[in-house]
Design a protein around this ligand. Structure first.
Ligand code: FAD
Length: 628
């Protein structure tokens, strides 16, 4: 009989990034007993890596900015496939969430007159990203953790125990959600997992779970994502009976490091371009002017001179095309490299050295300076950086109700931050993730708490589900001579990188599904040598089934969507199709665990929001029928 440590909570938050911490704070403020569970060390979530800033239309640097402009930019960036209600709530509530962070103790960079400073980023009409140098995520996480500590101090004063109502379980991986189906509906009853260090099992009984587990980038070799982004939350949701929406949309950030090979994929913040950096090919040409698509033609400069003037006089000039949304810039770099105008390592140049004084670069981009100096021996104040696309962010994710972050179909299950889908449509604008996780993290915590208030009796954990979770976890350790988890991960990354990458084709996508089916069989036979005490091979063996099912969703949806839009480019269907814009692709699991893909009509935008756009712009995206 294995030992299982047991805990009892009102709300369990899986993930200690910005979304998870913000949700936990809100649920605790609503008086709930809350657990925060984190696969990595506390404080080392993805959010801490965020560099450029959090987008919020505060209008501090340009007073023309407001939520309506932010909403428009977000919809344009997502190519009008965004869940409009999420985009609306996000644009309206982001400024309050930023100001609130300052009341928790954050200190953003300031304008000369003492307001929170805001910087330019791709796709944002006005300077909009509240930032702390190029280490914004660090300040965000530091502040949220500080708020958590202050709440724990309150609890100590009231109950004599710091952890009475808010406790962090770090280095603890959740492998399964537990359900109570006794009433005929699926209701969350808890979550099961293990401590990474000891390998001991742990069970959280709770009627509400907030998924805040971040992204899926580790299914690709070249990625800005760190080791823990294996799509766990996506897979947990699927297995519990929730659905994933639009998983074909993956963001390949245009600027990752490409050299040396050991650091390939590490992010080079968009702030470099926001602060004046330009992209050049090996012929020295500033090539982005050749890649402005028709839908954006009116908003972007036609000449380098106009683009350069925009930095100091944005009211009378249009922005440079280096600041197009990320999908456009990534595709442009890809085309330049393919046309033979890229570097040997397969990148292009990002030059800020010839455009800004060294002192300014050091002040605004200190982390980038150190990153390139230490990892590539490149001094960005005097030399250009070598960059290329890297898998960065997943726009698809767990389907949620826009207002409450609740998953339809599984009572008590909520999702916020990168793990949720819909908000960013087919492409996320830079800076919109940090604001998204604050807005919807808060909402998820609030609604999860309210849900527990309305419960008659607590759902009951089903012992057979716990026994199955234990068996699933132990099986790789019991298997002698099983498949090596590291080989399997590498093979999976090969399939995704070569067949479901930045440019996609029908034949390759079909092949990817065959290869993923083979991998599914091999992953069933994965083995891990050694015991349960800190055993990374075993941890990876357990993560693999999550990576696999999420990759299957991405490949299946990518094959189905016969158009190119945002983070999904089909060479065989190179244009956007207004018919496909009306469709969300939904993935769920059949009882046998296979991925089932269905079409869902996208919700119709309300007239007041439609009125924020000119009809001529809407005509670029919508069918005649919709417009009438
Ligand atoms: P994360 O911060 O990713 O946290 C996920 C948490 O879930 C972690 O604690 C992890 O350990 C935990 N977890 C995962 N699986 C499990 C499991 N099975 N059990 C228990 N815990 C689990 N966005 C912006 O808006 N602006 C920027 O400037 C910006 N810069 C970026 C720079 C870099 C280098 C990167 C990589 C991303 C950047 N992003 C930026 C994107 C943004 O940082 C992320 O999208 C965002 O932080 C995701 O936050 P989250 O709270 O959803 O999840």
């Amino acid at each position: 009989m294995v030992n299982i440590e047991k805990h009892w909570y009102d709300v369990v938050v899986i993930g200690a990034g910005g979304a998870g911490l913000r949700a936990a704070i809100e649920a605790r403020l609503a008086g709930k007993k809350v657990a925060i569970i984190s696969k990595s060390l506390f404080g080392k979530a993805h959010t801490v890596m965020a560099e450029g800033g959090a987008a919020a239309a505060m209008g501090n640097v340009n007073s023309n900015d407001n939520w309506m402009v932010h909403f428009r930019d977000t919809m344009r960036g997502g190519k009008f496939l965004n869940n409009y209600r999420m985009a609306e709530l996000h644009a309206k509530e982001a400024p309050d969430r930023i100001w609130e962070l300052e009341t928790y103790g954050a200190l953003f960079d300031r304008t000369k007159d003492g307001k929170i400073s805001q910087r330019n980023f791709g796709g944002h009409e006005y300077p909009r990203l509240a930032h702390v140098g190029d280490r914004t995520g660090l300040e965000l996480i530091r502040t949220l953790q500080q708020k958590i500590v202050s709440l724990q101090q309150e609890d100590k004063a009231k109950y004599g125990d710091y952890q009475a109502r808010l406790r962090v379980f770090a280095e603890c991986t959740i492998t399964e959600l537990l359900l109570d189906s006794s009433t005929g509906e699926k209701r969350i009853a808890g979550a099961f997992g293990y401590y990474r260090e000891s390998g001991e099992f742990v069970l959280f009984e709770a009627p509400a779970v907030v998924l805040a587990t971040g992204g899926v980038g580790r299914s690709y070799k070249v990625t800005s994502n760190s080791w823990e982004y294996t799509g766990d939350g996506h897979a947990l949701a699927l297995r519990a009976g929730a659905k994933l929406i639009n998983m074909e949309f993956l963001q390949f950030h245009p600027t990752g490091m490409v050299w040396p090979p050991s650091v390939r994929g590490i992010l080079v913040t968009e702030s470099v371009r926001g602060d004046g950096g330009v992209l050049k090919n090996t012929e020295g040409k500033r090539f982005m002017f050749d890649y402005v698509p028709d839908v954006f033609r009116k908003q972007y400069a036609e000449t380098p001179e106009e683009g350069d003037r925009w930095y100091t006089d944005p009211d009378n000039n249009r922005r440079p095309p280096e600041l197009l949304p990320r999908d456009e810039v990534a595709r442009a770099i890809n085309s330049e490299v393919k046309a033979g105008r890229g570097t040997k390592a397969g990148g292009v140049y990002l030059d800020i050295a010839s455009r800004r004084p060294a002192a300014e670069i050091l002040k605004k981009l200190p982390s980038m300076y150190h990153q390139f100096k230490e990892l590539a021996d490149v001094d960005i104040t005097s030399q250009p950086m070598e960059v290329g696309p890297t898998c960065h962010y997943v726009m698809g994710g767990v389907e949620v109700d826009p207002d409450s972050a609740a998953t339809p179909g599984v009572l008590g299950l909520y999702a916020a931050g990168e793990v949720s889908g819909g908000m960013h449509g087919s492409n996320r604008l830079g800076g919109n993730s940090l604001s998204d996780l604050l807005v919807f993290g808060k909402r998820a915590g609030e609604y999860a708490a309210a849900y527990t208030d309305g419960l008659g009796k607590r759902p009951k954990v089903d012992d057979t589900q716990v026994a199955a979770a234990v068996e699933e976890a132990l099986t790789p350790l019991a298997r002698d001579g099983g498949e090596n988890p590291y080989t399997l991960q590498s093979d999976l990354q090969d399939v995704m990188g070569t067949l479901v990458g930045i440019i996609r084709r029908k034949g390759e996508l079909e092949e990817s599904l065959n290869r993923l089916a083979e991998l599914r069989e091999r992953i069933r036979k994965v083995g891990a040598a050694g015991g349960r005490r800190y055993n990374p091979g075993w941890h990876l063996a357990l993560d693999l089934r999550n990576m696999l099912v999420v990759s299957e969703c991405t490949a299946k949806a990518a094959l189905e969507r016969e158009e190119s839009r945002g983070g999904h480019t089909r060479e065989d269907f190179p244009k956007m199709s207004s018919k496909w814009r009306q469709v969300n692709l939904i993935c769920s699991l059949t009882p046998d665990g296979d991925v089932d893909l269905t079409h869902q009509p996208i919700p119709t935008m309300t007239p007041d929001l439609l009125a924020l756009f000119e009809k001529s712009e809407l005509a670029k995206y919508m069918t005649e029928e919709e417009l009438s």
